[in-house]
Write a protein that binds this ligand. Sequence first.
Ligand code: ATP
Ligand code: MG
Length: 592
Amino acid sequence: MERPPVIHKDAGSQRLLPNWTEYDEERRRFSWGKARLALQGLPGGGLNIGFEAVDRHAGGVLRYQTALRFVRRDAPALELTYADLARQTNRFANVLQSLGVGKGDRLFLLAGRIPELYVALLGALKNGTVVTPLFSAFGPEPIATRIQLGSGQVLVTTDALYQRKVRQMRAQMPSLRHVLLVAEDGGVTDEPDTLDLATLMAAASDNFTTVETSEDDPALLHFTSGTTGTPKGALHVHGAAVAHEATARYALDLHRHDRYWCTADPGWVTGTSYGIIAPLLQGVTSLVDCEEFDAERWYTLLAQEHVTVWYTAPTAIRMLMKGGPEPVRHHRYPCLRFVASVGEPLNPEAVWWGQEVLGLPIHDNWWQTETGGIMIANTPAFDIKPGSMGRPLPGIDAYIVEHLEAEGEAPRVRVIDTPDVEGELALKRGWPSMFRGYLNNEARYAKCFAGDLYLTGDLARRDADGYFWFVGRADDVIKSAGHLIGPFEVESALMEHPAVAEAGVIGKPDPMVGEVVKAFVSLKSGFEPSETLRLDISAHARRRLGAAVAPKEIAFLAVLPRTRSGKIMRRLLKARELGLPEGDTSTLESGA
Ligand code: ATP
Ligand code: MG
């Protein structure tokens, strides 16, 4: 089927007027100072994420609105209103105070998507305590390493996770003063050297005055996904709330009475920034699915929970696409209004899938753990060019730059003004959710900046209309016979083949041309690997990309190695291909 080059901005749902429709006008009007006025601030003039997300609403008209709705497979849904959340987070902050844990101390969270995790995160923020959520599927070693690196003083986890993953490592975490356990059976835990959280909560007062924090006080420490190497700890401040509030309005089109579902786990920055904080700042009802991915369950939830705004990831969308269009068409989604995706480049096929089966295009957006919030996005204010990550949000200035420094020197860059030239994506510093440091690694932090530009490590190009197109991570770009080849372009072309579910592309060293393009593909259900199919995919790629860019080798894999947050780990494909050490695999999805 012939598809037009753009999806018109009005092609989606017309159910509600979008938050904005005029891109240039809004960018002109915008300033971060004005965006700050959407928040209340603390009585002493400071700013605190927990207060803004919870107490601001609990003291107003949204008091009885459901803030969080937890859905579980074998139990009824559990809801917390903004008032409930205010009381519970106050209790948790009082628990921390009673343990002598205060402002600037570090708390780690290790749990599935249970209410206690949300309460602890927000309560700790109100107490000025710096929070690090960890992914609950991490093994003992990555957990201990991160707690040790971050000098964690408090850990909140469940009794089962503690017994399986933490107890045996406790001696390696000398900074850890308190372990607070949630009993998974709802009872009381009596594990030595730990405290029972429910008992402490029951004894705590539900009145608490938020600790005075400033916009520059640390709030969260997030570890990156580990896609390109050892995960880095990125430090974020309370002022980030200003960016979370604004970007949720612009890039997710959140309106006050939305029923919003972010599918990311709070163990990753998306699951915290846009799974907990941003939706609460907007006063919406957030759906939390306590279960793991299951296509049929997801379609049912979207329909039955009347989800209006859905924020998910390319891997999830590709997994849904893999199942074909039938399951999605078993349901109707009359409430769904806006769909967005982040984490990896979103192949044009996936954008079109949304348009064709949901009647809504998928809005790709780009950001990183380091940027703390969405920076470049497809929004309701302009047409979508499928395959592009959109345009910079108000308050964000993005550039394509070229490096000028010699090997080993501090970065020096030149901005490339000409459209359609590939270079590193850079952002002008000054947005409030920008990270303020890498944990214990000042040199690495310093290397991220050239003057007032933050260098993202991603390669992209900007077209004449100001849309940005992701090319690849600087580490993943393939240099072949004088060409620079972005893996994303090759992967997207491969995915257009009817048999291909997912593709990961690497450069394989070659004495003649530097590197040759090698593709690893997994197949959609109903297709089996065969020589005929390999030749067919190869011919398709050559037709689409030309012989210089099309993969020279194609291998079939049942699953591609990816991080637990769903990103294809090309560095692992490469290490395995070349028989090299795999490096840090702490975030690798098991079985991949
Ligand atoms: P590490 O830095 O440890 O290697 P990571 O970069 O994957 O891991 P994150 O901060 O979670 O860790 O991911 C941010 C990166 O994900 C971006 O720099 C970019 O490479 C990729 N990314 C995120 N969203 C998009 C998108 N919409 N299009 C293309 N790439 C994206
Ligand atoms: Mg990164």
